[in-house]
Design a protein around this ligand. Sequence first.
Ligand SMILES: *Cc1c(COP(=O)(O)O)cnc(C)c1O
Length: 461
Amino acid sequence: MSDKTQIPYKIYLAEEEMPAAWYNVRADMKKKPAPLLNPGTLKPCTAEELEHVFCKELVAQELNDKDPYIEIPEEIRNFYKMYRPSPLVRAYCLEKQLDTPAHIYYKFEGNNTSGSHKLNSAIAQAYYAKKQGLKGITTETGAGQWGTALSMACSYFGLDCIVYMVKCSYEQKPFRREVIRTYGAKAIPSPSMETNIGRKMNEEFPGTTGSLGCAISEAVEHATTHEGYRYVLGSVLNQVLLHQSVIGLETQTALKKYGIKADMIIGCAGGGSNLGGLISPFVGEMLRNEAKYQIIAVEPASCPSLTRGVYTYDFCDTGKVCPIQKMYTLGSSFMPSPNHAGGLRYHGMSCIVSELYNQGLIQARAVEQTEVFKAAEQFARIEGILPAPESSHAIKVAIDEALKCKQTGESKNIVFGLTGTGYFDMKAYEAFNDGKMSDYIPTDADIKKSTDAIPKFNVNF
Ligand SMILES: *Cc1c(COP(=O)(O)O)cnc(C)c1O
């Protein structure tokens, strides 16, 4: 009997197989990620300090490294039911085209209007803001997916939503901007003239197309200077990885149901939230000595924080208004080349993903943009889904690994995260189709310049 008769293309889960609790991998880590520090005192941030910037309940989640499971409130589960569980798909057509003995599965998070996994955390963060009785929330968006997801979540709960959108995306992605506005949020190109840090950046770097780090500073400044507002972040933070653990938990359930043991798990890494969410339950198994997996974080060669950054305390934002975090970083002054398409432009990395990488539990690989788009095109043509450029980093490595299996004859089970769709990234696809896409790889000197600029904090975590 061929395996095709045993395993359907799409493994849909019944509603009751959606998790009732998020999984907090920090609880199972013997060596925990280093704490967020107050850059003034260099002491771990207290809940009280963080509550000026973030919603109260989310601060509790941020600081919780004890409880392995945190219940998902019913209102959030009800929202999840509109688009979850998301399917785990066996890429039969791709396998056949590659002529590989490997089995390839992808967890598809693009089945919602925001087009990515980001809605998983947006709805949770909007829920806790509403529960706290706030007027609204502020945020930044790079490629635009987070702003879209948050505008959807805020309109659902009737919250005001202010989105600082990195200027190059604001200009390159008018359609995403309009989706954000359609859901009732205010999109402001960053650097803007609305905040001190925005005005300063515009003065120092006239004509700058902005960066995620700068947009973060603007959104934080806006939240802390307006009554009844808090700031929310779509990646990097522990709470975001916690919410994204629904991806990994559902994947784990689906694989168990069909008796499949993953050998390799691959995810793209910008700030680390989809990757962290996908791998957390599997890393948990590794930490408890129940199983072993090869896990690969894939990042762009143009913004290679894990593969070429340093592991140290650094600022999370350009304006240096946020707490400092120990992570793999290229330095908060690192400006990725504007020719790099869309997301995965962040200078740092989630402290959980950083610590797992430092402990050798996961690997990292950097890939070049044109190779990524070649993989995206191949995938779109054979599997039907037009992938987001970010997601295509994972596709590229999944294809590479499947081709390695062809050489060795191993039939590994490869699982990768397909984080979203690329309909709003057609400018980048256009550049690729026109043969105008280039690869920019920062030189060692470029990276040294921004990593040397990281202050030497005198701390011992
Ligand atoms: C934001 C985004 C990413 C990268 O963010 P992470 O926090 O690293 O997950 C990847 N894929 C898509 C589609 C995104 O929107």
